[in-house]
Design a protein around this ligand. Structure first.
Ligand code: GRF
Length: 200
């Protein structure tokens, strides 16, 4: 059985797509063994509990308030995570840059970025692509899933990518919905590829 640890901070629609793919057998012999979240009110936590998946709530704020480092936060997360079987760590809307204090223990980690490789790293990528389209700077955008070998933001070796068209009549919400739909399929494909399994 392949065990995934999924790291989330918000809505968790990608987490949901991964859980659904495991439960439906689209990702055979694979399950989400634990969900890690750094925001207490994240809807992703509700999604995990709805499927009986254990959760780790690990907020950074207490560390910042006590002057403790990101490395300490990351090392504590490693300790908490070590109670669960984990073959692959999957960042799905996780808003925290993990240091080598985490990565040296979990070198197999993926991230999804709602833009093409090299484009719009960081937050609000869909909105920035939408605005770039309005200015005539780009004709389409995309989604990519990449490995996370270091502290680079949305920049590791690419596993899969897919172009997402932008149409002149699009509102921002239209583009957001189209990008998210592509994300949900692409992340499942990327996980299968990295685990060396054929998705059903
Ligand atoms: C996704 O667009 C993902 O690419 C980005 O953050 C968003 C998370 O959405 N990194 P959700 O929480 O999975 O719904």
């Amino acid at each position: 059985m392949n065990c995934l640890a999924v790291l989330v901070s918000g809505n968790g629609s990608n987490l949901q797509a991964i859980i659904d793919a495991c439960e439906a057998g689209i990702l055979p012999e694979t399950r989400v063994s634990v969900v890690v979240c750094n925001h207490k009110d994240a809807y992703a936590l509700v999604r995990a509990r709805n499927h009986g998946i254990p959760t780790i709530y690990h907020p950074f704020l207490p560390y910042r308030e006590e002057g403790r480092s990101r490395q300490e936060y990351d090392a504590d997360l490693v300790r908490k995570l070590s109670a669960y079987p984990v073959d692959l760590v999957v960042q799905a809307g996780w808003m925290h840059i993990l240091s080598m204090a985490f990565l040296r223990h979990y070198p197999r980690m993926l991230n999804i970025h709602p833009a093409l490789p090299g484009a719009f790293p960081g937050m609000h990528a869909i909105e920035r692509a939408y605005e770039a389209f309005q200015r005539g700077e780009i004709t389409d955008t995309g989604v990519m899933v990449h490995c996370v070998p270091d502290e680079g933001v949305d920049s590791g070796p690419v596993i899969v990518q897919e172009i997402v068209p932008i149409y002149p009549q699009d509102k921002l919400e239209d583009l957001e919905a189209r990008v998210h739909t592509v994300e949900h399929g692409l992340y499942v494909r990327a996980i299968a590829q990295v685990l060396g399994i054929t998705p059903n």
